[in-house]
Every structure is written in structure tokens, then in C-alpha cells.
Write a protein that binds this ligand. Structure first.
Ligand code: F0G
Length: 351
């Protein structure tokens, strides 16, 4: 009986752990790489989705969190803290439980999806809603970790990036090489940094013969990397990437430039269109921020930037169940029927 052991055991030789490191895991990673039929037809390419919503807490954050909480435990920390738009806090709360630690999370008031808040609550995190945005939360989290006995587990903690780079390893292990293009949503810019690091390592001394071009997409109302300046009051329906001053700014620019890629923006309307397409035509339910990668790919294709015949991977970062409001909003109301087959068949258009 074999099951995936989690990213630390699966990629132990490429991660900063020793034989005595107390590994804290929920067996994250090993997520599906799903061929995307409709997106492939639309672009004339071979498009795959890396479905990170299949991780234990429903987002890619678990890859970094298994490393961050493991390291915190190794160093004897009893409490961890993070700033979050929701997914990092859900993941930190769950892994802190596994490690027997206290978790504290700082979230922007009124701007995190209900499912994510529910996760932090049910895992017993201490939650503070901050009267400010994510960037303010991160400033506060850094100050607390510098002045009080609590370890910071945001992606400014370099071991988070180490854990997250394993997604690139998995893709190369599945495909036999790196894709031509890798597409990601970008918020705080940790994940694009991590993927690029993973691809570079695997091309330098691993099984990859080449490296992909990195394409990142921010939401138009929260696109500091596209504008080239901090966005003071970021806005977007994709609350996970509502960030105006990404912590990994320079690393994201380096990933873009070293790979010959680009970072562009997509509107909320484009995000929601991709969100619905993924669910209705690919069978993959993601949260709105995740759809920014696919929205970006479709936008680039419409602009003629996508040469046919390429192999493309889009990471879809979080599970749709985290923020179901957008699935329900604008959808037709289900009809009520009596317990009567003829009536039900009529309503279903079968009769
Ligand atoms: N997609 C989802 C679902 C996210 O939760 C995030 C970031 C991103 C994309 C962007 O990734 O920040 O590495 O560029 N969420 C963080 C959080 C900010 O607090 O959960 P990034």
C-alpha cells in the first residue's frame, strides 16, 4: 500500500531538511496535472492544468507551509503568525494543529472568502481582522515576529519558497521536461518566484533539459508589477490576489526577465469568464484568483501572443469551494418540484 508521502519526503534531497528534522505534513503535493481540452482547442496548444486546489487545505500554500511549520518546530517555536488574504491563514492554522502549535493570523477586514475564514476558525487559529489591506497585515505580522516570540510563516520566509518550488518538480516529473510556457496568477509573488526556482534547479542538475517562459497575471485593480509602482488601495473580486505591494517583487521581475516571459493584467470580468469556463467546460472548479492564469492565457491567445503547438501549464491555485459566492451569484435559481417523476422530467426537459 503506497500513498504519496508529502513534498518533504518525496523531494527530501532537494529541500533544506536533515535526518533529524521533525517533518510536519498533511501529505500535500502530488496534485493532478489535468489535460485541458477546451483550452487546448482554443489556443492550438497542449494545455495542462496543475490543480493545486487538490491539496489538503485546498490551495498551493500547503507546499510551503509543510516546510515553514517543520522549520518552526525544528527551531522550537511554539507559535506562528502570518498575514493572509485567506489561503495562507487556512494552511498555517491546519499545519500548526499538526505541530501542536498556536497560530495567529492577520486578515484584511471584510476581504477574505468565507470558506477560508471558516478553515482558520475550525482549526483554532487566533484571528485578528485588521483595519487595512493585506499589505498592512504583512507589515504588522513582520513587526510582531521581530518583537515577540512568534515565527513568521509568510513567503518572505525563504523555506516557504523551497516547499512551493516542488510543484515545478512534479510537472517536469510528469511531462518528462519543462513546458514551453508556465502561467500563474500573481499576488504577493511568492509562487512565481518558487516555480522559477524549481524549474531552474531541475534544468541545472535534474531531469529537465530546458526552462519555461514564465507568464504571470495580476488583477487589473491590483497590478503593481504591471504598473511598476505600489498600488495604495488595491481592488479586485479575486480577494486572494488583492495585493498592492508584493513582498517578492524583485524575484517576480527576475523570473519574468530571466525566462523571457511577461507579467500582464486581467480584468475582473476576464477572470470571471475564465472561472466559469473552467468549471462549465473543463470540470475544474477553482476560486476566482486561480482563474487569472487561464484568463491571462486566453487574453494572450486573442492578442496573437501564443504560437500554436506549444506545451503550456496553467497553475490553478485554489479550490472553488473556498469562495462559492461567485458560483451562485448570477446563476439561475434551482426550481422546486414535487416528488413526481413526470413533473421532474418536464422540468429537466426530458419529456
Ligand atoms: N492564488 C491564490 C488562490 C492565492 O491564495 C494566492 C495568494 C495567489 C494565487 C497568489 O500567489 O501571492 O504567491 O503570488 N494568497 C496569499 C494568501 C497572499 O495570503 O493566501 P502569490
Amino acid at each position: 500500500t503506497h500513498q504519496w508521502r508529502g513534498i518533504i519526503e518525496e523531494y527530501r534531497d532537494r529541500l533544506p531538511v536533515t535526518d533529524t528534522t521533525p517533518v510536519v505534513t498533511l501529505r500535500e503535493g502530488g496534485t493532478p496535472l489535468v489535460p485541458a481540452q477546451v483550452l487546448s482547442e482554443r489556443t492550438g496548444c497542449e494545455v495542462h492544468l496543475k490543480v493545486e486546489g487538490a491539496n489538503p487545505t485546498g490551495s498551493f500554500k500547503d507546499r510551503g507551509m509543510t516546510m515553514a511549520i517543520t522549520r518552526a518546530k525544528e527551531e522550537g517555536a511554539q507559535a506562528v503568525i502570518c498575514a493572509s488574504t485567506g489561503n495562507t491563514s487556512a494552511s498555517a492554522a491546519a499545519y500548526a494543529v499538526r505541530a501542536g502549535m498556536v497560530s495567529a493570523v492577520l486578515v484584511p477586514q471584510g476581504k477574505i472568502a468565507l470558506g477560508k475564514m471558516g478553515q482558520a476558525l475550525v482549526h483554532g487559529a487566533k484571528i485578528l481582522q485588521v483595519d487595512g489591506n493585506f499589505d498592512d497585515c504583512l507589515t504588522l505580522a513582520r513587526a510582531l515576529s521581530e518583537n515577540y516570540p512568534v515565527a513568521l510563516v509568510n513567503s518572505v520566509n525563504p523555506v516557504r519558497i523551497e516547499g512551493q518550488k516542488t510543484a515545478a518538480f512534479e510537472i517536469v516529473d510528469m511531462l518528462g521536461d519543462a513546458p514551453d510556457i508556465h502561467v500563474l496568477p500573481v499576488g504577493n509573488a511568492g509562487n512565481i518566484t518558487a516555480y522559477w526556482k524549481g524549474y531552474k534547479e531541475y534544468a541545472a542538475d535534474g531531469p529537465a533539459a530546458r526552462r519555461p517562459r514564465m507568464w504571470g497575471f495580476q488583477a487589473s485593480g491590483s497590478a503593481p508589477l504591471v504598473r511598476g509602482e505600489v498600488v495604495k488601495d488595491p481592488s479586485t473580486i479575486a480577494t486572494a490576489i488583492r495585493i498592492g505591494n508584493p513582498a517578492s517583487w524583485e524575484y517576480a521581475i527576475a523570473a519574468r526577465d530571466e525566462s523571457g516571459g511577461f507579467i500582464d493584467e486581467v480584468t475582473d470580468r476576464e477572470i470571471l469568464r475564465a472561472y466559469r469556463l473552467l468549471a462549465a467546460q473543463e470540470g475544474v472548479f477553482v476560486e476566482p484568483a486561480s482563474a487569472a492564469s487561464v484568463a491571462g492565457l486566453l487574453k494572450a491567445a486573442e492578442q496573437g501572443k501564443v504560437d500554436p503547438g506549444q506545451r503550456i501549464v496553467c497553475t490553478v491555485t485554489g479550490n472553488g469551494l473556498k469562495d462559492p459566492d461567485w458560483a451562485v451569484a448570477g446563476a439561475p435559481q434551482p426550481v422546486t418540484v414535487p416528488v413526481d417523476a413526470a413533473a421532474a422530467a418536464e422540468r429537466l426537459g426530458l419529456a
